[in-house]
Design a protein around this ligand. Structure first.
Ligand code: ADP
Length: 193
């Protein structure tokens, strides 16, 4: 199995690139943000709970997110593997992912990080807020809070995977096609090991 964590701050392009990567490599896409938004739209119990955190730019609690991911993997298990987009976002989530994949005799192949400057990210997010109407993209204070959470809680995961020799950084600036080619090179490098 090829289990890739696509990593990077809000607005780095994880969703856009995931859509292309799953097509090329035949992987299943797990975007925790998309699963939460689907639940919010359908007003499920999980959606109501998640919304109260997402609207403030905070993380949904680990127990809730970890449970959802375990359930998603059980329902979408496949031979080829997954692209994890927006998960894990804390060390506790990273540890959970290892445990869940182990149940399937699998593990994380690599974390691939898209690197983009913060100023560029704010511009992209405000633009996305206008075109796609995501409430958490329309308010600069919420966006700044998401970066703070990213820097405090999520960025330590880079080191978590680097110490396992599983971290690869990729330049997230340039055209969508250029970035896609950079990601494919990184994935082809690890899938041949
Ligand atoms: P972005 O990466 O652009 O912020 P996402 O769609 O990945 O967008 O996430 C939107 C929001 O959903 C996050 O700000 C957070 O509140 C919540 N969320 C998504 N993934 C997780 C996660 N793994 N753990 C906790 N909260 C999450």
């Amino acid at each position: 199995m090829l289990n890739i964590i696509l990593f990077g701050p809000p607005g780095a392009g994880k969703g856009t690139q995931s859509a292309r990567l799953i097509e090329k490599y035949g992987l299943v896409h797990l975007s925790t943000g998309d699963v939460f938004r689907y639940n919010i739209k359908n007003q499920t119990e999980l959606g109501v709970l998640a919304k109260s955190f997402i609207d403030k730019g905070q993380l949904v609690p680990d127990e809730v997110t970890n449970h959802m991911v375990k359930d998603f993997i059980a329902r979408n298990n496949n031979d080829k593997g997954f692209i994890f987009d927006g998960y894990p976002r804390t060390i506790a989530q990273g540890e959970n992912l290892d445990r869940v994949l182990e149940e399937y005799q699998a593990n994380v192949t690599s974390m691939i990080a898209l690197e983009v400057d913060e100023d560029e990210l704010v511009i992209r997010l405000l633009e996305r807020g206008k075109s796609r109407g995501r409430a958490d993209d329309q308010d600069e204070a919420i966006i700044r809070n998401r970066f703070k959470v990213y820097n405090d809680e999520t960025s330590p995961l880079a080191n978590f995977y680097a110490t396992k020799g599983k971290f690869i950084a990729v330049k997230g600036k340039g055209s969508i096609d250029e970035i896609f080619q950079n990601l494919c090179k990184a994935i082809d490098g690890v899938s041949q090991l």
